[in-house]
Ligand binder design. Structure first.
Ligand code: ATP
Ligand code: MG
Length: 412
């Protein structure tokens, strides 16, 4: 992609009405645009990040037998009345005149849908997921991409004949979540956290990523790295993972949540199956969410430095930011074009700063702000070679194009 043709441009200063670091940097970089509080447009650069995050999540959901589908955002009021949540759910957007709700989550759609296909124990277990827009009346949308009023969530729902099967699948989802956060570069910062579970399950589990921007407080066990959400710390003095009692408090953001619903939603919709003896039994459910914009914002918060965003390789919109300087010199221009072509031929995603009018200082500042993992420079001074610098590094080296290509390919 040539930067001269990019839809967005970078901004020198952050918008005044945006207090959060993640949104400030993403807006300045042209990754997102703020439409109103808690509602952000995803621009081409930001959409590429989202697609990278989504691909990792999709792979891991498919690997645990999740079948992808896509459910509507508009839901009939009756479904929400059936569970009592038309009146009780504070974040529900209701169109009272039209008897419609905008889905903040999809139990009220998936449970009656599953009822159409689940009859006998032979039909279980099942797991379906979607990557889809959610709407929530969030009153404190001050954390940028971490808390939107419209946002994309991966939500997986599982259906089981008995508790042992639900428990076993729950652990598989947990493993998939651990792989997702590790692949996104957040493995070290993310803690499996015991949290409140509501009336049907004693606890739920959250995946909490440590960052000062987080709205939650967790207590991390020194022994095993698991954590306890402050909301239940009083009732849990000992680590349920290892029995440890030494904890460190940290601010964190909930990037994922896994929940045993048991019969909470199967009961109101009479989602049942017939067991091997011919007896009707309730289907047990689990639900498992991950917020995609929240992940993008969290990654920005965790890795950003004073200069700007620092993307892990797996989510970066482009792996390489190729900077061309002195492009009015025909031989430099030809070399830069050649490097650009070679990178693309090698299958590498590259953003080429070919802007004729921008100064060297502006180009370097933009490369730091945008945060691609590798900066490659071609200029009158690089003399047939390329200058290679990692976004996280402090030194640059002159390399042959072939050596630079090999180094870039080897990054993970
Ligand atoms: P929170 O406690 O932060 O309000 P929640 O417990 O209501 O979140 P869930 O209903 O479990 O969230 O949603 C599943 C996942 O969706 C969360 O783990 C989070 O990653 C994401 N998510 C929830 N609310 C938002 C939001 N307003 N903006 C962006 N992502 C969100
Ligand atoms: Mg929660």
């Amino acid at each position: 992609m040539k930067q001269s043709q990019l839809f967005s441009k970078t901004l020198k200063v952050a918008p005044k009405d945006e207090p959060s670091q993640n949104a400030q940097l993403l807006i300045r970089g042209g990754y997102v645009d703020k439409l109103m509080a808690g509602v952000y447009s995803l621009l081409p650069l930001g959409w590429r990040v989202m697609k990278n995050i989504e691909a990792i999540i999709r792979e891991e959901m498919n690997a645990i037998g999740g079948q992808e589908l896509y459910l509507p955002s508009m839901h009939p009021k009756v479904n929400w009345q059936q569970t009592g949540r038309w009146d009780s759910l504070d974040v529900l957007y209701r169109l009272a005149e039209d008897d419609v709700a905008f889905g903040p989550t999809h139990e009220e759609v998936i449970a009656p849908l599953a009822k159409k296909f689940v009859q006998s124990y032979r039909d279980l277990p099942l797991a379906v997921y979607q990557i889809q827009n959610k709407f929530r009346r969030e009153r404190r949308a001050k954390s940028g991409l971490l808390r939107g009023r419209e946002f994309i969530m991966k939500d997986l729902y599982s259906f089981h004949a008995d508790e042992a099967d639900l428990d076993a699948y729950y652990e598989r989802v947990r493993g998939a979540y651990e792989r997702i956060f590790a692949r996104l570069g957040l493995g070290r910062q993310t803690h499996y956290t015991y949290a409140a579970g509501g009336s049907f399950s004693k606890y739920s589990h959250e995946f909490q990523t440590v960052t000062a921007a987080g709205e939650d407080t967790i207590h991390i066990c020194a022994g095993c790295g698991r954590a306890i959400n402050e909301e239940i710390k009083a009732e849990m003095a000992v680590c349920p993972g290892c029995g440890g009692t030494d904890f460190t408090a940290a601010a964190a953001v909930e990037v994922g949540n896994i929940f045993k619903l048991k019969t909470k939603y199967s009961d109101p919709f009479k989602l049942t199956y017939t067991d091997a003896t011919g007896t009707e039994q309730p289907v047990l459910m689990g639900c498992y969410g991950i917020g995609l914009q929240r992940l993008m914002g969290t990654i920005v918060e965790v890795f950003a430095d004073d200069q700007g965003i620092v993307w892990p390789v797996a989510v970066a919109p482009y792996r390489v930011h190729l900077i061309g300087l002195n492009l009015d010199d025909p031989s430099v221009r030809a070399q830069a074009a050649k490097v650009y072509q070679e990178l693309q031929q090698a299958g590498l995603a590259v953003l080429f700063d070919d802007r004729p009018e921008a100064t060297a200082g502006a180009k370097f500042a933009d490369a730091d702000l945008l945060g691609m993992p590798v900066r490659l420079l071609v200029s009158a001074k690089t003399g047939g070679k390329v200058e290679y610098k990692l976004r996280t590094g402090t030194t640059a080296e002159l390399l042959d194009t072939a050596a630079a290509l090999a180094a870039i390919k080897a990054l993970s």
